[in-house]
Design a protein around this ligand. Structure first.
Ligand code: GDD
Length: 305
């Protein structure tokens, strides 16, 4: 079963890409509406619930902070309440985020690293994390937090930086777009393949004890490096000129401008650097990512649309 927010136009293309549309029964519901969640849990009668729903775009969380707190934060509590009322034996996975580490207190970040979120999104995720721990401790619900570092694939939404870059360069190559506008090129992330991370989510719910795990590739790259690695799939070789808002990424051969910096994509407070340490998951869950960073960039360049 999949839970789906009502929209006037259906947005199920990812299920088509994965060729599972006829295998998933959709139930209408909303993290803002407890009664719809209770009905969804009753109807599907699940053994496991995976809460991946959120207002998940960090930049928007400054524009819609209260909505973000309602859905990304309180929405987790509503889901847990639905489980508690309908059947507390249901196992629960919460999509916690490396954004909770924010202004990082140690490098690399692991399960014991203190949180210092830097956006209303990050703050809301910290609430979701602790309410999940609290329902485990208070009501003995089998509830786990996966603290996932950025996870990407060709299914990524177009506003996130990896998709914006890979789709943007592909469109430039086809003559559909002139250049890509980006914000902070120096920001560093630990990017892995979403498919590998989904396996880790499932593994967490198959353990004897409910616990929290960091899931990451344990490897860091900047937005700038991501551009440099994606460009060659479309025949471009990027060199950088200028600084800050005046910086340009230009193709060496054709001298075409591929990247321009626009300060409208800067965030009011940035998470400069994220690097995970997923040793616990690798040891206790036997989890190991199969797709490298290089393969991920290639997959997004070749299979994006
Ligand atoms: N989106 C975007 N667009 N980001 C840009 C751009 C741009 O034009 N230019 C630079 N960046 C930088 C952002 O400032 C940020 O530092 C980094 O690229 C990654 O941005 P996103 O791809 O939007 O992802 P995110 O790291 O903010 O958040 C994602 O990962 C989290 C896990 O750490 C989201 O998927 C969150 O929902 C998730 O929790």
């Amino acid at each position: 079963y999949g839970l789906r927010r009502r929209t006037s136009t259906k947005n199920l293309w990812r299920l088509d890409y994965l060729k599972i549309r006829d295998k998933v029964k959709m139930i209408e519901g909303d993290l803002g509406d407890l009664s719809s969640l209770e009905r969804a849990v009753e109807k599907s009668n699940p053994d496991e619930v995976y809460n991946l729903a959120a207002q998940s775009y960090v930049a928007t969380s400054w524009k819609q902070p209260i909505y973000t707190a309602e859905i990304t934060g309180l929405g987790v509590l509503r889901m847990l309440e639905a489980i508690r009322h309908v059947n507390p034996k249901i196992k629960f996975y919460q999509a916690s985020s490396s954004e909770m580490f924010g202004k990082v207190q140690e490098i690399p970040q692991k399960e014991t690293t203190p949180f210092h979120p830097r956006s209303p999104y990050g703050v809301s995720k910290v609430f979701g994390y602790w309410i999940t721990v609290n329902y485990r401790e208070s009501f003995d619900i089998f509830a786990c937090n996966g603290i996932l570092f950025n996870h990407e694939s060709p299914l990524r939404g177009t506003e996130f930086v990896t998709k914006k870059i890979t789709q943007g360069v592909a469109r430039i190559k086809k003559g559909l777009q002139d250049h890509i506008e980006l914000g902070n090129l120096n920001s560093k992330r630990d990017w892995g393949f979403a498919g590998d991370y989904v396996e880790a989510m499932w593994l967490m719910l198959q353990q004897e004890e409910a616990e929290d795990y960091v899931i990451a590739l344990n490897e860091q790259h900047s937005v700038r490096e991501f551009v440099e690695m994606a460009a060659p799939y479309f025949g471009y070789d990027i060199e950088w000129f200028g600084e800050g808002e005046d910086e340009l990424g230009i193709d060496k051969k054709t001298k075409k401008t591929i990247v321009r910096v626009d300060s409208k994509y800067y965030r009011p407070s940035e998470v400069d650097t994220l690097l995970g340490d997923s040793t616990k998951a690798r040891k206790e869950l036997g989890w190991k990512p199969k797709i490298s960073f290089k393969d991920l960039v290639e997959d997004m360049c070749k299979n994006g649309k």
